[in-house]
Design a protein around this ligand. Sequence first.
Ligand SMILES: Cc1cc2nc3c(=O)[nH]c(=O)nc-3n(C[C@H](O)[C@H](O)[C@H](O)COP(=O)(O)O)c2cc1C
Length: 187
Amino acid sequence: MKTFKPKSWMLPQPVLIIGTYNEDGTPNAMNAAWGGQWDAKEIVISMGAHATTQNLNRCGEFTVAFATVDTMIASDFVGIVSAKNTPDKMQKTGWTAVKSDSVNAPIFTDFPMTLSCRIKEKIDESAEGYYIVAEIIDIAADEKYLCTDGNPDVEKMQLITYNPIQHTYIALGKTVGNAFSDGKKLK
Ligand SMILES: Cc1cc2nc3c(=O)[nH]c(=O)nc-3n(C[C@H](O)[C@H](O)[C@H](O)COP(=O)(O)O)c2cc1C
């Protein structure tokens, strides 16, 4: 085994698209890989000091969409360009924004599934940012990604994961097993 110094190599990492409203009411989006489920109905996100952070300081509501193969280029773009100095940032993505029914934040309809969230707690707040713990208020899924049981079908979504070692995006593949079930074969 080769040993490496500590790095942000937790695998696999998501490609989260955080949607907020700017001060003038226009939508903004940023890319975040450092986030995940915190509790049954709560998520956590490590937030730096961005235009999104300023938006969240005004209104603690936001959306989280999951980037896909089709949205990959624009999802990377919103992670390397800031609304602080690029006023037409969102026009360049070509995404369509509608207001979430449950929170004051935009849903980008180009994504299969979006969480509407409200900040519950900010941890270690400083000029560099903070860790958000947020409640999931509801989840919107495009009907064309639903399976026969009515739930969103993850396999249909063509989600991507961020690879923090080679700095690439990798498409998620096919279902290979059943959780809480296949392991029973070894019981
Ligand atoms: C792959 C990738 C992952 C990123 N992950 C995070 C993250 O977890 N937290 C964070 O604060 N910024 C993250 N960023 C940086 C922000 O997305 C970036 O600074 C963005 O331009 C902020 O936009 P805004 O200033 O318009 O809000 C990431 C960027 C990329 C490309």
